[in-house]
Design a protein around this ligand. Sequence first.
Ligand code: GLC
Length: 424
Amino acid sequence: MLDANQDKPIPVPAPRIARFERLGFGMFVHWGLYAQIGRGEWAKNNQKIPTPEYMKLMETFTAKDFSGRALAKLAKRAGMKYITLTSRHHDGFSLYDTRGLSKLDVTHTPAKRDLIKDFTEGCRAEGILPMLYCTTLDWSDDRFSADFPAYLEYLRKSIEILCTHYGPIGGFWFDGNWSNPKADWQEDKLYGTIRKHQPEALIINNTGIGSEGQLGNPEIDSVTFERGRPKPLNRGGHPKYVAAEMCHTMNFHWGIANQDFNYLSPAHVIEELCLARRAGANLLMNLGPSASGKLPDYESAAWKRVGDWIALHGGDRGVIYNGRPTSIVGTGDDFALEMNGDLYLFVLDLTATANTQAHGAATRGPGKREFQGVSSQFKRACWTDNGEDLKMEQDLGTGHLVLHATGYPYGSNTVVRIARLQAS
Ligand code: GLC
């Protein structure tokens, strides 16, 4: 339905890609030595800290409070189905045992345990899919600038270790090719390593801010929208169906930032989630654990609230995970998803105090909401949160539908309200 107007056929997604799309909501975790500095994951680069000095942070890296299981428990509670953890970030420090490939890994710290092992096992214990973020650029490894082919060999061997020691991995999330788009990153070889050892793993390569939604190597399974609102993909005529994912920060940093107070609210996250799903994209929301690996209180609390909202709208079987994009057009940011023949109208800005920062639409309040392009008849409309019946008018000839959106009862506000239109 996404490409209803396209004359070229839309390819059928591979099962791993179709599965990924239904995961809907994931957790991004940025954690490493930089958490001890508390000024985001770019601290080494921004503050121009020389590698020997920066790596002294390894001496105090205890990972005392890091628990993959705790991350997975929070994800589950928040309605997130997968976690993407930084196995190594741009600073060059690895959270896993690189088995002699590098001295800059967790085995050379007081933590003395393989945190990727802890992470993957913790996820599986809670039914959460573990995915691994892998940097492709490196601020500490001299080979990155002095001997690029040797560096790429190191990168490939690192990925091989991640593929062969931690059980099934949901996906590999690469980040950094944007630093030198002209370089030959030998992607075929890198992705070939993954296909060989982990054929079911998704391959993602972050195209970065300014290049959202761009297709790359044919092995890539999902495009990325780093902090950008996903647009519906035009898939007609492409050789392969790719998924889409938007990653977003809670406070404009990825690693923990002690002096950043500019957090998103649960309402904002709910809107971001809905507007990602409008385009069939997943939302990957980030948190940065503390220096010792503790989960941050604010994100934990905010995301539990988001989890409550998802539960109120059908939970695992609901439209948030299983609804498919349509070509129906609403006014403002209103939109429609389709699930099992029923139509779900997402109504935004229903209150005078609605959170509008995520999309910039003017506050509209209750009243008539118009939708264009509705080509089949629906019998009954009701709010999914409280079952209240709603009036609607439909003109099948023009595809015009009007929903009479009632306001929130005193004491309730679900930020985005969903009307279910039943086909029978
Ligand atoms: C950017 C940043 C990086 C972060 C990533 C997440 O590429 O360089 O720090 O990990 O975005 O999407």
